[in-house]
Write a protein that binds this ligand. Sequence first.
Ligand code: ADP
Ligand code: MG
Length: 286
Amino acid sequence: ATPTALMVGTGRGAKMGILIKNSEVLEEVNDVKTVVMDKTGTITKGKPEVTDIIGNEKQVLEIASALEESSEHPLATAILDKAKADQITSNTVDDFQAIEGKGVSATINGQKAFVGNDKLLNDVKIDEELHAQMIKLQNEAKTVVFVGLADQIIGLIAIQDAPKETSKEAIATLKSRGLRTVMLTGDNKRVADAIAQEVGIDEVIADVLPGDKADHVKALQENGKVAFVGDGINDAPALTMADVGIAMGSGTDIAIESGGIVLMKNDLRDVAKALELSKKTFNRIK
Ligand code: ADP
Ligand code: MG
């Protein structure tokens, strides 16, 4: 091996904002067949905004913001921003609980309250009209969360996270190189499909619980080497499992630590550039 070629390659990458942290990934890139991407913060901007509220808007926001005060999820930030803009003062809560991949719950004035997706509802029934509204909003690529109080749904909040401007071009480039593109997300299938269609992704795996992302990567590895691109805490195991783990520089520390390559510009187009640079560098050093 020629260490000079490796240094030149990694140096060139660094100038482009592509950090090759782990030179072992260079051996894998030639055989990558599939690029798997997380949705929120990777394909999309990761800055979700509240677009619609169904129900008594003030009450829905009061309850939802009280619960989301203790959450660090991007959806929580969107709800708190909206409550602030509408000058809603939220109640204090007891017994706060975050339920991975589902939502949050707590007690407000002795009553059980929750904000989250349909997996969190258990026995609470959604009436037909609300269900129809949920489907309509999800088809518009909006994430829907239900707000519940005392075993009743009091409303829903729709939240939109638009794709990054460069995501569509990035995916077209990957596909033109013969790579299979897959979105892997904890969000709802309808929302994920709508975003996938906007940006041209081949395949969608949705409703994935945080702990299951790595298993999906493993299954995809049966068809050849896999690159995984992600940014969240819940992406760390998948980044480690993948043959080439690529983290967004804007991601959480644990995601960055788990990636062999880090994209400092958070631009999905740099995935294709990183793969190309790694290939060239490897072909020079081998
Ligand atoms: P991803 O980052 O892949 O989109 P997550 O596992 O973080 O997925 O979240 C999956 C789903 O769980 C969200 O789309 C939402 O429906 C629900 N959820 C998670 N955390 C919250 C929260 N704090 N408030 C409301 N809903 C939440
Ligand atoms: Mg993410």
